[in-house]
Design a protein around this ligand. Structure first.
Ligand SMILES: [Zn+2]
Ligand SMILES: [Zn+2]
Length: 240
Protein backbone atom coordinates (compact mmCIF):
# COMPACT_ATOMS: atom_id res chain seq x y z
CA UNK A 1 0.00 0.00 0.00
CA UNK A 2 2.82 2.41 0.97
CA UNK A 3 4.61 1.45 -2.27
CA UNK A 4 1.46 2.22 -4.26
CA UNK A 5 1.08 5.65 -2.64
CA UNK A 6 4.78 6.29 -3.23
CA UNK A 7 4.57 5.49 -6.94
CA UNK A 8 1.42 7.59 -7.27
CA UNK A 9 3.18 10.56 -5.62
CA UNK A 10 6.22 10.02 -7.87
CA UNK A 11 3.92 9.98 -10.90
CA UNK A 12 2.19 13.24 -9.96
CA UNK A 13 5.34 14.92 -8.56
CA UNK A 14 8.33 13.28 -10.27
CA UNK A 15 11.40 13.52 -8.00
CA UNK A 16 13.71 16.34 -9.04
CA UNK A 17 17.01 17.67 -7.73
CA UNK A 18 16.11 20.40 -5.18
CA UNK A 19 18.89 22.64 -6.49
CA UNK A 20 18.53 22.41 -10.28
CA UNK A 21 15.29 20.49 -11.02
CA UNK A 22 17.03 17.69 -12.95
CA UNK A 23 14.99 14.46 -12.60
CA UNK A 24 16.40 12.13 -9.91
CA UNK A 25 15.24 8.76 -8.58
CA UNK A 26 14.43 9.72 -4.96
CA UNK A 27 12.59 12.78 -3.60
CA UNK A 28 14.89 15.30 -1.91
CA UNK A 29 18.16 13.89 -3.28
CA UNK A 30 20.67 15.85 -5.35
CA UNK A 31 21.49 15.03 -8.97
CA UNK A 32 25.02 13.74 -9.66
CA UNK A 33 26.24 17.10 -11.02
CA UNK A 34 25.06 19.08 -7.99
CA UNK A 35 26.38 16.40 -5.62
CA UNK A 36 29.89 16.54 -7.10
CA UNK A 37 29.97 20.36 -7.05
CA UNK A 38 30.15 20.38 -3.21
CA UNK A 39 33.49 19.97 -1.49
CA UNK A 40 32.59 17.08 0.85
CA UNK A 41 34.94 16.51 3.77
CA UNK A 42 35.68 12.86 3.09
CA UNK A 43 39.43 12.49 3.58
CA UNK A 44 41.73 12.61 6.60
CA UNK A 45 40.62 15.05 9.25
CA UNK A 46 41.31 16.20 12.80
CA UNK A 47 39.68 13.69 15.17
CA UNK A 48 38.46 16.51 17.43
CA UNK A 49 37.22 19.39 15.27
CA UNK A 50 36.86 17.64 11.89
CA UNK A 51 39.22 20.06 10.16
CA UNK A 52 40.37 18.50 6.84
CA UNK A 53 43.97 17.78 7.66
CA UNK A 54 46.00 15.35 5.62
CA UNK A 55 49.38 15.16 7.35
CA UNK A 56 50.15 12.17 9.54
CA UNK A 57 50.79 14.27 12.63
CA UNK A 58 49.44 12.48 15.68
CA UNK A 59 49.39 13.39 19.35
CA UNK A 60 49.17 10.43 21.73
CA UNK A 61 47.97 8.34 18.78
CA UNK A 62 45.17 10.78 17.87
CA UNK A 63 45.13 12.59 14.53
CA UNK A 64 44.80 16.22 15.66
CA UNK A 65 45.13 19.66 14.08
CA UNK A 66 47.38 22.30 15.74
CA UNK A 67 44.35 24.22 17.10
CA UNK A 68 42.98 21.18 18.95
CA UNK A 69 46.46 20.07 19.96
CA UNK A 70 46.77 23.37 21.82
CA UNK A 71 43.50 22.61 23.64
CA UNK A 72 41.30 25.05 21.73
CA UNK A 73 38.58 22.80 20.33
CA UNK A 74 35.13 24.28 20.99
CA UNK A 75 33.44 20.93 21.66
CA UNK A 76 34.37 17.33 22.54
CA UNK A 77 34.24 16.76 18.78
CA UNK A 78 32.71 18.40 15.72
CA UNK A 79 31.98 17.08 12.25
CA UNK A 80 30.83 18.93 9.12
CA UNK A 81 29.66 17.47 5.83
CA UNK A 82 31.31 19.98 3.51
CA UNK A 83 33.45 23.08 3.17
CA UNK A 84 31.75 26.49 3.19
CA UNK A 85 32.42 27.84 -0.31
CA UNK A 86 30.48 29.47 -3.17
CA UNK A 87 28.54 26.24 -3.83
CA UNK A 88 27.47 25.49 -0.25
CA UNK A 89 26.79 29.19 0.31
CA UNK A 90 24.41 29.25 -2.66
CA UNK A 91 22.47 26.39 -1.04
CA UNK A 92 22.66 27.76 2.53
CA UNK A 93 21.22 31.19 1.84
CA UNK A 94 17.88 30.10 0.32
CA UNK A 95 17.64 27.33 2.94
CA UNK A 96 18.15 29.78 5.78
CA UNK A 97 16.45 32.89 4.48
CA UNK A 98 14.43 31.93 1.42
CA UNK A 99 12.07 29.26 2.73
CA UNK A 100 13.74 26.38 0.79
CA UNK A 101 13.12 24.03 3.71
CA UNK A 102 13.14 21.01 1.36
CA UNK A 103 16.97 21.28 1.26
CA UNK A 104 16.97 19.84 4.80
CA UNK A 105 16.68 16.34 3.37
CA UNK A 106 19.93 16.19 1.41
CA UNK A 107 21.74 18.32 3.98
CA UNK A 108 20.78 16.15 6.95
CA UNK A 109 21.66 12.99 5.03
CA UNK A 110 25.12 14.43 4.33
CA UNK A 111 25.47 15.31 8.03
CA UNK A 112 24.57 11.76 9.11
CA UNK A 113 27.24 10.58 6.68
CA UNK A 114 29.71 13.04 8.28
CA UNK A 115 29.20 11.29 11.65
CA UNK A 116 30.33 7.92 10.31
CA UNK A 117 33.82 7.99 11.87
CA UNK A 118 32.58 9.10 15.30
CA UNK A 119 31.39 6.88 18.07
CA UNK A 120 28.12 8.79 18.51
CA UNK A 121 26.88 8.12 22.01
CA UNK A 122 24.70 11.23 22.39
CA UNK A 123 21.64 11.00 24.66
CA UNK A 124 19.88 13.91 22.96
CA UNK A 125 20.13 15.89 19.72
CA UNK A 126 19.75 19.65 20.10
CA UNK A 127 19.46 22.27 17.35
CA UNK A 128 21.35 25.49 18.17
CA UNK A 129 18.48 27.72 19.37
CA UNK A 130 17.35 30.80 17.46
CA UNK A 131 16.24 33.92 19.34
CA UNK A 132 12.44 34.28 19.37
CA UNK A 133 12.62 37.50 17.40
CA UNK A 134 14.50 35.79 14.54
CA UNK A 135 12.22 32.79 14.72
CA UNK A 136 9.26 35.12 14.32
CA UNK A 137 10.71 36.78 11.20
CA UNK A 138 12.03 33.59 9.58
CA UNK A 139 9.16 31.33 10.57
CA UNK A 140 11.45 28.37 11.28
CA UNK A 141 14.77 27.42 12.82
CA UNK A 142 16.85 25.87 10.03
CA UNK A 143 18.90 23.98 12.65
CA UNK A 144 15.75 22.21 13.90
CA UNK A 145 14.93 21.09 10.34
CA UNK A 146 18.38 19.49 10.16
CA UNK A 147 18.34 18.09 13.70
CA UNK A 148 15.02 16.23 13.41
CA UNK A 149 16.12 13.63 10.80
CA UNK A 150 19.50 13.27 12.54
CA UNK A 151 17.79 12.51 15.87
CA UNK A 152 15.58 9.92 14.24
CA UNK A 153 18.54 8.33 12.39
CA UNK A 154 20.41 8.03 15.70
CA UNK A 155 17.28 6.90 17.54
CA UNK A 156 17.59 9.54 20.29
CA UNK A 157 15.17 12.31 21.35
CA UNK A 158 15.24 15.80 19.82
CA UNK A 159 15.41 18.60 22.41
CA UNK A 160 14.55 22.04 21.07
CA UNK A 161 13.10 23.76 24.13
CA UNK A 162 15.50 23.33 27.05
CA UNK A 163 17.61 26.33 26.06
CA UNK A 164 16.48 29.88 25.24
CA UNK A 165 18.55 32.35 23.24
CA UNK A 166 18.48 36.11 23.80
CA UNK A 167 18.29 38.27 20.68
CA UNK A 168 21.44 40.12 19.68
CA UNK A 169 21.89 42.08 16.43
CA UNK A 170 23.54 40.27 13.50
CA UNK A 171 27.16 39.15 13.83
CA UNK A 172 27.61 39.56 10.07
CA UNK A 173 31.19 40.60 9.41
CA UNK A 174 32.67 40.62 12.86
CA UNK A 175 35.97 38.90 13.61
CA UNK A 176 36.37 35.95 15.97
CA UNK A 177 36.91 38.07 19.07
CA UNK A 178 33.94 40.34 18.36
CA UNK A 179 31.73 37.32 17.67
CA UNK A 180 32.74 35.72 20.97
CA UNK A 181 31.92 38.93 22.86
CA UNK A 182 28.64 39.36 20.98
CA UNK A 183 27.42 35.88 21.83
CA UNK A 184 28.57 35.90 25.46
CA UNK A 185 25.69 35.13 27.82
CA UNK A 186 22.94 34.69 25.19
CA UNK A 187 22.02 31.09 26.13
CA UNK A 188 19.82 30.37 29.14
CA UNK A 189 18.97 26.85 30.26
CA UNK A 190 15.24 26.79 30.93
CA UNK A 191 14.92 23.06 31.71
CA UNK A 192 18.13 21.97 33.46
CA UNK A 193 16.54 18.64 34.37
CA UNK A 194 16.73 17.73 30.65
CA UNK A 195 20.44 18.59 30.46
CA UNK A 196 21.93 17.20 33.68
CA UNK A 197 24.05 14.09 33.10
CA UNK A 198 23.42 14.11 29.34
CA UNK A 199 25.73 13.79 26.34
CA UNK A 200 24.43 16.27 23.79
CA UNK A 201 24.88 16.46 20.01
CA UNK A 202 24.41 20.06 18.82
CA UNK A 203 23.22 20.68 15.27
CA UNK A 204 23.70 23.82 13.19
CA UNK A 205 23.80 24.70 9.50
CA UNK A 206 27.26 26.27 9.41
CA UNK A 207 30.29 26.64 11.66
CA UNK A 208 32.22 29.88 11.23
CA UNK A 209 34.43 30.78 14.19
CA UNK A 210 32.92 28.22 16.57
CA UNK A 211 31.99 31.01 19.03
CA UNK A 212 28.32 29.96 19.13
CA UNK A 213 29.23 26.34 19.91
CA UNK A 214 31.72 27.41 22.61
CA UNK A 215 29.19 29.62 24.33
CA UNK A 216 26.37 27.06 24.18
CA UNK A 217 28.71 24.35 25.44
CA UNK A 218 29.66 26.52 28.40
CA UNK A 219 25.99 26.95 29.35
CA UNK A 220 25.25 23.22 28.91
CA UNK A 221 28.27 22.05 30.92
CA UNK A 222 27.35 24.49 33.68
CA UNK A 223 23.90 22.88 33.73
CA UNK A 224 25.49 19.44 34.16
CA UNK A 225 25.91 18.08 30.59
CA UNK A 226 28.71 15.48 30.54
CA UNK A 227 29.76 15.86 26.88
CA UNK A 228 28.87 18.23 24.05
CA UNK A 229 29.45 17.29 20.40
CA UNK A 230 28.51 19.13 17.22
CA UNK A 231 27.60 18.51 13.60
CA UNK A 232 27.05 21.11 10.88
CA UNK A 233 26.28 20.97 7.18
CA UNK A 234 29.28 23.13 6.27
CA UNK A 235 32.17 24.86 7.93
CA UNK A 236 34.62 27.58 7.09
CA UNK A 237 38.04 26.02 6.51
CA UNK A 238 40.96 28.36 7.05
CA UNK A 239 44.62 27.53 6.85
CA UNK A 240 46.02 26.59 10.27
ZN1 LIG B 1 21.03 19.21 -9.45
ZN1 LIG C 1 41.12 20.15 15.24
Amino acid sequence: MVKLIESLVNFIYPPACPLCDTPVSIHGELCADCWTSFEWISGAKCARCGYPFSTDWEINGVHMCPTCASGNCELDWIRSACVYDAVSRSAMLPFKHGGRVNYARFMSRAMIWALRDTDVDADIVMPVPLANRRMFHRGYNQATLLARPIASALGVPLDYDSVRRTYRPDMGHKNARERALNIHGVFHITKPENIRGKKILLVDDVMTTGATFSELRRALIRAGATAVYGVTFCRIVRAV
